[in-house]
Write a protein that binds this ligand. Structure first.
Ligand code: HSE
Length: 323
């Protein structure tokens, strides 16, 4: 029986979620592919941490070359987070002809051109469904079933942390600091939530959406970006009186001169589908000239939803290379 061998970079929360997704559904995944699928090597410094998965010490490696230089490895899953060394490791893997799956929006958005060049040069496939909207299959739909459209606009709630904070400020009338502390205590917000609350994470995701939808790559650092730190309970109350809620929106739209884009808190009318996206959920609202308006909605983060998207990409690659 054919075996697909995977090298995994990073066994943090998302790495564990991906590993678990494969463990949980291994029989069905392998039956569909007609091949076995195994994570044979894991690049991870923390080999001691207790993890709720069946992983053995001999799977761990400490040098990226152990994976990129291993001729038996077909696919590399990158879940390290951060721009570097993740970008360099993915580039190396692609140039070595290994197919790459990543959930890392920061690395992908910052190194978009470099990674796509490496993909071409290496004759490999780069997939990244989990990088925007976590478990929501939005990128595959935009690049596939919706490809016949000329896209006019995208408006995304693509950061769960800030949506959780704004939702709780709105629903409970609490102030920003109180909700942020609660979100951190419940594990929704990172100990250092800077990238989330300043809109940087959403800008990374908008950069990826724009590259796919408008064929226009804009580095995230060049996207006008405003976070949610200055939003007060009074702003939310004032919006409410006018029939609106405040959401952090990553928006891009076609104009007569090109494409306009920004990440900023916006007033959304309560009748708009995005207004009902509560808690840590994500949604991406799209307008295309044939399909009209549609919205993708679901869990935008978390180990298993992200693992679901990562393993979906892995399966697509397995099918493609089996042809
Ligand atoms: N910090 C991100 C969020 C994780 O809150 O949405 C998912 O990309």
């Amino acid at each position: 029986m054919k075996e697909f061998k995977i090298g995994l970079l990073g066994l943090g929360n998302i790495g564990v979620g991906t590993y678990k997704t494969l463990e949980m559904n291994k029989d069905a995944i392998e039956a569909e592919l007609g091949a076995s699928v195994n994570i044979v090597k894991i690049l991870e410094k923390d080999t001691e941490r207790e993890r709720d998965i069946k992983v053995t010490k001999d799977q761990f490696v400490s040098d990226i070359e152990d994976i990129t230089g291993d001729p038996d490895i077909d696919i590399v899953i990158e879940l390290l987070g951060g721009i570097e060394p993740a970008s360099t490791f993915m580039e190396k893997a692609l140039l070595a002809g290994k197919h790459v799956v990543t959930a890392n929006k920061a690395a992908l958005a910052a190194s978009w051109q470099r990674l796509h060049e490496a993909e071409k040069k290496g004759g490999a496939i780069l997939r990244y469904e989990a990088s925007v909207g976590g478990g929501i299959p939005v990128l595959t739909a935009l690049a596939g079933s919706l490809r016949a459209n000329r896209f006019e606009e995208v408006m995304g709630i693509v950061n769960g942390t800030t949506n959780y904070i704004l939702y709780n400020m709105t629903a409970k009338g609490l102030d920003y600091d109180t909700v942020l502390k609660d979100a951190q205590a419940r594990g929704f917000a990172e100990a250092d939530p800077t990238a989330d609350v300043e809109g940087i994470d959403a800008a990374n995701k908008l950069s990826i959406l724009m590259a796919l939808m408008f064929d226009k790559y804009v580095p995230p650092t060049e996207i006008p970006t405003e976070g949610i730190k200055s939003i007060t309970a009074e702003d939310i109350e004032a919006a409410d009186k006018e029939g609106c809620v405040i959401k952090l929106i990553a928006r891009a739209a076609r104009t007569d001169d090109g494409v306009e884009y920004a990440v900023k808190p916006m007033r959304i009318e309560k009748s708009h589908p995005l207004a009902g996206v509560d808690g840590e959920f994500n949604a991406v609202f799209v307008r295309g000239n044939a399909v009209g308006e549609l919205m993708f909605y679901g869990p935008g983060a978390g180990p298993l939803p992200t693992g679901s998207a990562v393993m979906g990409d892995v399966m697509e690659i397995c099918k493609w290379i089996s042809k």
